[in-house]
Write a protein that binds this ligand. Structure first.
Ligand SMILES: Cc1cc2nc3c(=O)[nH]c(=O)nc-3n(C[C@H](O)[C@H](O)[C@H](O)COP(=O)(O)OP(=O)(O)OC[C@H]3O[C@@H](n4cnc5c(N)ncnc54)[C@H](O)[C@@H]3O)c2cc1C
Length: 368
């Protein structure tokens, strides 16, 4: 197992070794021209944002400061992705060690030459966890610009209307939401241009959490929780969500534990403009990324199974509107792994498997 930020259930497991990169890979090297920064795999996104903000810079991170290198390598979907693209779209160099022990340093291939895109680079952007241990990356910086944020608590029944409205927004704005208790949904709108009644913040380093409640691995009512997160990808589909709403409301009312939840991020915009063959994030046309969290008290095997079953039911329901998978969290220990791989990579899965046979022949890293 590999641990960078240590925010997922796959950074450690019984009967496995963990390579914990956090204390050793602490490079944070802003280049003299301020256009790029080299980030060691031991950093959380929060520490990168804080370092860059001091120089009036940022990178396109997600909704939380906590994830580590796994965020950059698995996609990196965030509130400014609609304008700036995925975090992985800004990567310029990736260094590390393949699963077979060979060190590598790969530069982003030049998209202007008509050469086929280097499959190894493509694989590292979205499927790195299966092939390599990444020690550091160089990524383009962005100028730090203010953001305007607005929160709303809405009834679940109003969700499709919000979908329709957000689907018509410019790339400067994005909607993220979290379905909490009592059929109420917390909305968080983030805009790169001023909005009426919105709070101005200096940049992503000051982004408030989507919800105040703790995430799995933390506690609810002094219970320490564990969890699994399943992320899906789908196109604009406000009307289809309307049709699903009664079943969604039923399943959300039946959630087996208060830590179980459904949330979503709006994507699209600049993400769709990046050629699909440059990374392993193949669902470039996706507009919504919902994610389902199954949570249970640590050690409670029964609630774990019930929560995972509930999450699979919800996943099954949402599949008609979100046929793709964002493999931000690996589930190589769960029965859905094979299906998730197919939904995440589609026809790219076979070439990725051939590459793994060459670069990680002994299967030291998670199975693909
Ligand atoms: C609170 C929270 C908020 C989040 N918000 C977003 C969001 O807004 N947008 C989004 O896109 N995602 C989001 N995520 C998902 C997150 O980006 C992924 O789960 C990511 O993989 C976590 O990275 P990590 O370094 O913390 O992973 P870890 O838990 O440390 O590692 C998990 C797995 O990732 C792989 N991995 C980690 N580091 C390396 C490495 N250096 N080399 C090779 N493989 C590695 C390994 O397979 C490892 O087993 C969020 C997660 C959390 C917990």
């Amino acid at each position: 197992m590999v641990c960078s930020g240590g925010t997922t259930s796959r950074c450690a497991a019984a009967q496995r070794w963990t390579l914990d990169l956090r204390s050793t890979f602490q490079t944070l090297d802003l280049q003299a021209d301020h256009k790029t920064i080299r980030i060691g795999a031991g950093h959380s996104m929060g520490s990168v944002l804080d370092c860059l903000a001091g120089s009036g810079l940022t990178i396109a991170t997600g909704l939380s400061r906590l994830p580590g290198m796994g965020f950059l390598l698995s996609g990196g979907v965030g509130p400014i992705s609609r304008r700036e693209g995925l975090a992985m779209d800004q990567l310029l160099e990736i260094r590390g060690v393949w699963g077979n022990g060979e060190p590598f340093a790969l530069q982003r291939p030049c998209s202007e030459t008509n050469q086929p895109f280097d499959l190894r680079w493509r694989a590292l952007c979205g499927a790195a966890a299966f092939l390599a241990v990444v020690t550091d990356v160089t990524i383009k910086t962005l100028p730090l610009k203010p953001l305007w944020i607005r929160r709303n608590l809405i009834e679940a029944s109003a969700l499709p209307e919000w979908f329709a409205e957000a689907e018509a927004w410019s790339e400067q704005r994005s909607l993220q939401w979290h379905w909490g208790p009592d059929d109420k949904i917390q909305m968080l709108e983030v805009s790169q241009e001023p909005q009426p009644a919105a709070e101005r913040i200096d940049g992503l380093h000051q982004l408030p959490p989507l919800v105040e409640s703790p995430r799995p691995e933390q506690t609810i009512d002094s219970q320490r929780l564990h969890g699994e997160v399943f992320a899906l990808l789908g196109p604009a589909a406000a009307q289809q969500w309307q049709k699903l709403l009664p079943d969604l409301q039923r399943l959300m009312r039946q959630r087996p534990h208060p830590g179980c939840s459904l949330a979503a991020q709006q994507i699209g915009g600049a993400i769709a403009k990046v050629p699909v063959e440059t990374t392993s994030f193949v669902h470039r046309d996706a507009i919504w990324k919902p994610w389902i969290t199954a949570a249970w008290p640590v050690g409670d095997a029964l609630t774990r199974q019930i929560s995972l079953d509930w999450a699979q039911q919800l996943r099954g329901l949402l599949q008609s509107v979100c046929p793709g998978v964002h493999l931000a969290q690996l589930h190589d220990h769960l029965p859905c792994h094979e299906q998730e791989l197919e939904q995440a990579f589609g026809p790219l899965l076979m070439p990725l498997r051939s590459l793994k046979a060459r670069l990680d022949p002994n299967g030291n890293l998670p199975s693909l």
